[in-house]
Design a protein around this ligand. Structure first.
Ligand code: 5GP
Length: 192
């Protein structure tokens, strides 16, 4: 997605450890117009997918997931990054955090992810694929199916996306970073 790539080049900041900071439009301040265009792009890419639910992970996945849920007219559920003490019937799984370098426990209520669900998973970033693996496991626990996954930014050089594609998952990323050179982002060639 050309406009997204231009925005990453204009506003993205490279931090040590191959972290791309996009706080000015995605991870802290939000640009609703860009997010709506992102949602419309995902909708077009997923037009052949028969999903009935969007699933994401708090916090940064929620805004783009809600936009996509709105344009696709589908409900959105976000996976929690802890296990709430007040909730019962939770499906739980440990995930390694790329940015924080620690393990955290994610959870989702079995009331909102069931064997009747055909899921599109949305997240802000795809790096090594640990978060995606966690979601795959939660979907397996619930008996739901993952029909497709959509990421706004994929860091291709960290390999998670290609592994998932190789395993047969439909993975759509709107901007794939091929490498970071001299603090500059270089994108993988894609057809759009
Ligand atoms: P993965 O689980 O695929 O290794 O990493 C994806 C998760 O880590 C995303 O949910 C995202 O929050 C975070 N993440 C990974 N790389 C980056 C990055 O370069 N920048 C930001 N802002 N978040 C990242």
């Amino acid at each position: 997605m050309k406009k997204l790539k231009e925005r990453i080049i204009k506003d993205g900041v490279i931090l040590p450890g191959d972290i791309l900071k996009v706080d000015s439009f995605l991870n802290h301040q939000l640009d609703p117009e860009l997010l709506m265009e992102i949602a419309l792009h995902f909708k077009e890419k997923f037009k052949h997918i028969d999903a009935n639910k969007i699933v994401t992970i708090e916090a940064s996945g929620i805004a783009p997931a809600v936009m996509l849920g709105y344009v696709m007219k589908l409900p959105v559920v976000f996976i929690k990054k802890k296990v709430p003490s007040t909730m019962q019937n939770m499906l739980v799984r440990d995930v390694r955090s790329f940015t924080k370098q620690r393990i955290y426990t994610v959870s989702i209520s079995a009331d909102y992810l069931t064997q009747d669900d055909r899921v599109i998973f949305i997240d802000d970033f795809l790096a090594y694929g640990n978060a995606a693996r966690g979601v795959i496991d939660l979907c397996a626990q619930s008996g739901s199916t993952i029909e497709a996954m959509g990421f706004i930014i994929e860091k291709g050089f960290q390999g998670g996306g290609d592994e998932l594609r190789h395993e047969g998952y439909e993975v759509v990323s709107l901007a794939i970073v091929d490498r970071i050179e001299d603090s500059k982002v270089i994108f993988r060639e894609t057809d759009d």
